[in-house]
Design a protein. Sequence first.
Length: 460
Amino acid sequence: MIIDDRLIELLKTFSKQGPRYTSYPTAPMFSSDYNDKRFEVDLIRNNHNNPGPVSLYLHIPFCDSLCYFCGCTTIITNNREKIRTYLDALKREILLTSAYVERQRQVTQMHWGGGTPSYLDPSEIRDLMDVLRRRFNFAPDAEISVEIDPRGLTFDHMKAFREGGVNRVSLGIQDFDTDVQRAVNRVQSEQLTLDAMRWAKELGIDSVNFDLIYGLPLQTTGSFQHTLHRVVAMRPNRIAAFSFAYVPWMKKQQNLLNAKDMPAADAKLQLLKATIDTLTGAGYEYIGMDHFAVPEDELSVAMREKRLHRNFQGYSTRAGADLFAFGMSSISHFGDVYAQNYKELPEYLAAVDARQFPTAVGYKMTRDDQVRKFVIMRLMCDLEVDKEEVEDLFGINFDQYFDMSRVQMFDYIRHGLVADSPSKIVVSDSGRLLVRNIAMCYDAYLNRFKSEENVFSKTV
Ligand code: SF4
């Protein structure tokens, strides 16, 4: 991909607030009309005679200290009693839900997210994994991944995860530059990352992902390029390079960042260019919107074979599994249902104590949502949509159904960012950087949000 001055101008012109489409409809559409009772009914209905695969998500919200850029649902604490209380509730939620899930259904995918799962003690990690394995039927080749903060990690933590079946680790790095690290309150030496990587490999965990963020305070193209070269030298299998979503009105902790240190829009685009140029120049394949992987990685193969999928964790090779999520703020998604747990600890604990599902909000998809979700996810993953496939799947005439989307895409088509032929919608190489904008043309709900509501981050 060539990012020249013309493309940078287009990115500046079209950048606006928009969803990242880890789901469709997006979370702001979820409503409190959907409650624990409806969740229970849907859970029963979903599991009736359903042999389909299952995916699990576990949210561990705790962290030792606050990174000022953080956008996750976290609790900063060193109160181990508080953590134990949460883990007890989490186990009770697992017992409650698993009673409704047919035992023959296989878990093909599981993810530990946070917060910081590696902030738990190794014994707590083993205990949670034991509960899950007793209550669910894990496929022998299940993909089990965990988000790890190299700070505070020990070999025993990694061993506990490995004993629980973890075969993918994702290491939070963001940037190796010490000035940037101090500005975001996350000081982490390269040696910590190298140790975590070495332990993973020693224990037979072959897949290591690094998370990077561009657009952080004090980052310059030169400093970030230095980080990128260090990363490439370590050769992780995958790299996720996220655009920093600076949304202090939504994430109060981001007010602790010094606004005058934030890279301007132009500088941020140069950081994006440096990221893409350096990583693809080092042989990584560019996946979807913000992921990179070595050519032999499953993700690269799936992209070439158009088998990529998108879920709450980003891009994935596994599809079709119903997602049951546990813990504060976690989102389950099965059949036509999205259901999100309470985001605040007291509400979450109170619901579980009362032996209720801790469902705070949710959403039941309509037929139109299913059609649009399919189109949006194909765009986000394959950068193209086969109109005939959509017509066969949903019994519609594509161009008639999406006549308004064609109108909304006019400017993107005019600038060569996307092509609309009788058989396909194809996002061009340069249009990939605006794929969120193009997907937004197929979203039926965006007109419900006013730009001053600041619901979403910037698309570029
Ligand atoms: S970025 Fe990660 S480690 Fe830092 S506060 Fe957020 S969840 Fe915790």
